[in-house]
Design a protein around this ligand. Structure first.
Ligand SMILES: O=P(O)(O)OC[C@H]1O[C@H](OP(=O)(O)OP(=O)(O)O)[C@H](O)[C@@H]1O
Ligand code: HPA
Ligand SMILES: [Mg+2]
Length: 184
């Protein structure tokens, strides 16, 4: 699939699965002693987090509810425009709820920083983040992230939900994209 477009496999399907199970355990432990009136509310950030959200939710040994937001700041570029647009908002009020944002990647951090500010104004009981990937060298803003799957180098990656111009989301692993694909 996508022959010649993927330069290397950075994180295999098996590694994603193992790390997701570890993250799920850590997250369950985090909320174990928290007095909760409602189930933990997972807020998946579409579209990138789709596969991580569904696998992570099923690995979690505690009951959760799911909401989705769709935001976009990349379009068909390999760097963030910094302008975050809400394409789909939450369906429900999150006031008083324990909310966990589920992200696929924190790159510049601009999307998450904007999202945290936005959701905080809605008065959740707590607001934390789990992300599968993070690029420490690319980070432009300070964002507090409670749970990180993998810190990765500052390269453009695709697969397992992550796209370049909407392609490659359906790869089961995380790979680096050959620069020839985006004219690099
Ligand atoms: O830390 P940042 O530099 O802001 O980048 C991270 C964000 O960018 C991607 O979303 P994108 O805007 O590409 O939308 P998508 O999930 O629909 O692909 C990714 O899914 C994160 O939400
Ligand atoms: O490396 C990336 N790949 C795909 N989408 C992204 N959005 C932010 N960073 C990336
Ligand atoms: Mg994208």
């Amino acid at each position: 699939m996508y022959e010649g477009d993927i330069a290397s496999v950075l994180i295999s399907e098996e590694q994603i699965k193992e790390r997701t199970a570890e993250l799920a355990e850590a997250v369950a432990a985090r909320y174990a002693d928290e007095p909760m009136q409602d189930d933990l509310l997972l807020v998946g950030v579409l579209k990138g987090a789709i596969f991580f959200m569904t696998d992570f939710a099923r690995a979690l040994p505690i009951p959760t509810q799911m909401e989705f937001m769709a935001v976009s700041s990349y379009g068909s570029s390999t760097s963030s425009s910094g302008v975050v647009r809400i394409l789909k908002d939450l369906d429900k009020d999150i006031a008083g709820r324990h909310v966990l944002i589920v992200e696929d990647i924190i790159d510049s951090g601009l999307t998450l920083s904007w999202l945290m500010r936005n959701l905080k104004t809605r008065n959740p009981a707590s607001l934390e983040v789990v992300t599968l990937l993070r690029k420490p060298e690319a980070c432009k803003v300070d964002v507090e992230v409670a749970h990180v799957g993998f810190d990765i180098p500052n390269e453009f990656v695709v697969g397992y939900g992550l796209d370049y111009a909407e392609r490659y989301r359906d790869l089961p692993y995380i790979g680096t994209l050959d620069p020839k694909v985006y004219g690099g």
